[in-house]
Ligand binder design. Sequence first.
Ligand SMILES: [Zn+2]
Length: 155
Amino acid sequence: MNSIHLTDEMLQAYLLKEIHDDSIVTHLTVCSTCKDRVEEYRFLIDSVQKIETETFSFNVTALAMNNIMRYAKRKSKKQELTFWGLLIFLLIAISSFSIPFIPRILAIFYSQSILTILLVIGTGLVVLLFLVADITRQYKTKKDKIFKNNLQPIL
Ligand SMILES: [Zn+2]
């Protein structure tokens, strides 16, 4: 039995296959102290390598996720643009259709009391608010559905 034990550096180099020294192998077969130490190092190195592998695979998932998110974002942005374009078009269309009726509507207003006018305007605003809220809600639901469908393949 050798009186001089293997150094930590030698054990690590041996496990990482940086060196191939027969004297180390020979020493390990006869010295239980160094054999225990080498087993401890082997466990440590295995653990570190396992963590590295997991980190790497996580990064790949994150990368793929990032790409999917970007794709979904781009898609939803396009839809958002279409949505607002359609809304503006509808508003313009409704406005232009209602222009001929404006004098008549104004005539009705002029013949009524302030209270009636306020009531009519208030009702109109509430109806408009509900309409916009409903459109926005529907749009959001649709967007969420599309977004979830895009994510499904990787789940
Ligand atoms: Zn030893």
